[in-house]
Design a protein around this ligand. Structure first.
Ligand code: ADP
Ligand code: ADP
Ligand code: ZN
Length: 215
């Protein structure tokens, strides 16, 4: 199974990828998580991307493509993967099709007002890839991750100015991929609105149906 979780910031890519990863035992490869981990560890890549990410801009293609290529070459990704947040440009999509010709692309569709309310209440785990929401997905204990017990934090790029820029970047650089994949014939539109359990229930069925078809 090879799936790309596609959609604007706040669409629920990470939340759905965490569910799918546990359901289908596939690695969840999130470029955002990989970058945030590099920032925390203060690696050269982390130092390079921090100001770009905080401003809500996209990291240049080559650095992003190299990172994903290296991650997908690891043994746990041999029989499949869930990509979350990659590709985000036509250049990245072309690179992905070079090193992996076959995958499904799930476009999670969510309207702008809903995206903004999701991003403004997002709380991220500092220890794993789970995200929570102050209203829509509360942790059992305030400020603590249900899955790993680490403290939750507000992402620097979930502040208002950065959110606005990320939505603009999405419309101009990332959304054109919808047509690119529609032409390729591997795009599947999924309604990303509704509570997380309901979205996951319909997405899971769609993934099972697609898997039975091909890829
Ligand atoms: P993305 O990875 O696409 O940016 P996330 O999965 O991090 O999106 O979700 C963004 C925010 O919205 C998080 O706070 C998450 O808890 C919340 N969220 C995710 N899916 C839903 C949903 N179906 N309904 C309401 N809130 C959701
Ligand atoms: P979101 O969950 O809000 O969609 P991510 O966690 O996927 O955001 O990514 C956070 C930030 O990391 C992006 O705003 C961007 O700066 C950078 N980033 C992540 N993936 C990519 C990518 N494929 N290409 C360029 N930049 C990326
Ligand atoms: Zn956690």
């Amino acid at each position: 199974m090879r799936f790309v979780f596609f959609g604007p910031p706040g669409a629920g890519k990470g939340t759905m990828a965490v569910e799918a990863s546990s359901e289908f035992s596939l690695p969840h490869v999130s470029t955002g998580d990989l970058f945030r981990s590099a920032i925390r560890k203060r690696t050269p890549l982390g130092l390079y991307v921090k100001t770009i990410i905080d401003a809500g801009s996209l990291v240049p293609d080559q650095a992003t493509i190299d990172l994903v290529k290296e991650r997908l070459a690891q043994p746990d990704a041999r029989s499949g993967w869930l990509l979350d947040g990659f590709p985000r440009t036509i250049g990245q999509a072309q690179a992905l099709s070079d090193f992996c010709p076959e995958n499904w692309v799930i476009d999670l569709q969510v309207s702008d007002p809903v995206l903004i309310s999701r991003l403004s209440g997002r709380r991220m785990c500092s220890g794993c890839s789970h995200s929570y929401h102050m209203v829509f997905k509360q942790p059992k204990i305030d400020g603590v991750c249900d899955a790993c017990g680490s403290p939750l934090y507000i992402r620097d790029d979930d502040r208002e100015a950065s959110v606005r820029n990320r939505l603009l970047e999405y419309r101009s650089l990332t959304e054109p991929l919808v047509d690119y994949y529609r032409e390729k014939g591997n795009l599947v539109m999924v309604n990303g609105e509704g509570d997380p359990k309901a979205v996951w229930a319909s997405l899971k069925q769609i993934m099972l149906d697609l898997h039975a078809l091909k890829h």
